[in-house]
Write a protein that binds this ligand. Structure first.
Ligand SMILES: NC(=O)c1ccc[n+]([C@@H]2O[C@H](COP(=O)([O-])OP(=O)(O)OC[C@H]3O[C@@H](n4cnc5c(N)ncnc54)[C@H](OP(=O)(O)O)[C@@H]3O)[C@@H](O)[C@H]2O)c1
Length: 298
């Protein structure tokens, strides 16, 4: 029987919130952590406020709970913020990961690290776990630096790369593609959406399920965990409008070059997920079904 203590960072994030929903299946103790006070609905887990950039605080939390498995989901995950606030991006994504790795070694915890398709250039995909990273923005660079720290951890680790995650979030936390499109179209606001970027978009519940399988079975190594359909954000927006009967004429198809965003986006980053299908039995929902779930509040 599994009686391990699981500790998770970034519980208020999109990914963290979906892991939170299924933590009841974890047989041992669960310690959930986030920055500041708990913003989640009522639960019976231990909640600890922990800033991952505060090394002493991280050490103290790990000394108290001695986790056997850590899922590290906290990050500065906004590419434009990272491009403009490089010190902050390094502090959260790289130093924060290093603080957690050092603290995890106290209890020799299995370390599961969330990473991203943005470590790739977007010019030579599709990508599997052995593809060569070449990030085109600072966010991607910090996430790749964090991966390198994880790979030099003295105990067992897994790196779980994912891409364009969609799902529902509790109010007051970060919005995502589907909720943004829905809100804008419902309010009759025109939107411009890029069609020259392609990602294997990921239903957050599929990702959360795979994370718990990897954590429970201590499946080491690098894993590509995403949906199976490669879509552009424009195709996603059209699908949302179609499903909800909203006005598609409000959606203008544009190239990424139309936006003067601080961080360059890698153009095409579809993932090959065969390894996860084979070794984990990972079977993500097709986008249409994931969308249906999200629009139904799941
Ligand atoms: N979402 C995607 O499309 C996507 C795609 C590829 C990879 N990923 C990766 O997946 C992971 C989870 O992403 P996400 O979408 O859940 O991101 P998110 O919604 O932005 O959540 C990140 C969480 O990290 C927390 N955090 C930031 N700085 C912190 C600090 N110093 N100490 C403690 N917590 C801190 C944030 O806390 P606050 O809520 O207090 O700000 C937030 O709750 C990240 O590693 C990200 O790089 C995400």
């Amino acid at each position: 029987m599994n009686e391990k203590t699981l500790l998770i960072t970034g519980i208020h994030g999109l990914v963290g919130q979906y892991v939170f929903r299924i933590l009841g299946s974890w047989k041992g103790r669960v310690v959930i952590t986030g920055k500041g006070p708990c913003r989640l609905p009522q639960h019976h887990f231990v909640y600890v406020s922990m800033d991952i950039t505060d090394k002493d605080q991280v050490q103290a939390v790990f000394q108290t709970y001695s986790p056997s498995v850590v899922i590290h989901s906290a990050a500065q995950a906004q590419p434009d913020h990272c491009e403009l606030n490089r010190e902050d991006a390094l502090k959260v994504n790289v130093e924060g990961t290093e603080n957690l790795l050092q603290a995890s070694s106290l209890s020799r915890a299995f370390f599961v690290h969330l990473s991203t398709d943005f470590i790739f250039s977007g010019n030579d995909g599709p990508y599997d776990e052995s593809s060569i990273p070449a990030p085109v923005n600072f966010y991607g660079k910090t996430k790749l630096m964090a991966e390198e720290k994880v790979k030099s951890y003295s105990y067992a680790w897994a790196i779980v790369r994912t891409a364009l995650v969609y799902g529902n979030v509790i109010s007051g936390t970060r919005s995502n593609m589907i909720s943004w499109v829905k809100t804008e179209l419902e309010n009759n606001r025109p939107i411009k959406v890029v069609s020259d970027q392609v990602r294997t978009t990921t239903y957050a519940a599929d990702l959360a399920g795979a994370l718990l399988v990897i954590a429970e079975r201590e499946m080491t190594g690098t894993w590509h965990i995403s949906g199976k359909d490669a879509l552009s954000p424009w195709a996603m927006a059209i699908a949302v409008a179609d499903r909800l009967g909203l006005d598609k004429r409000l959606i203008t198809k544009v190239d990424a070059s139309v936006f003067s965003q601080p961080a360059t986006r890698p153009l095409k980053t579809p993932f090959i997920i065969d390894k996860a299908k084979r070794a984990l039995g990972f079977e993500p929902l097709p986008f249409e079904e994931g969308l249906e779930k999200v629009l139904n509040g799941d």
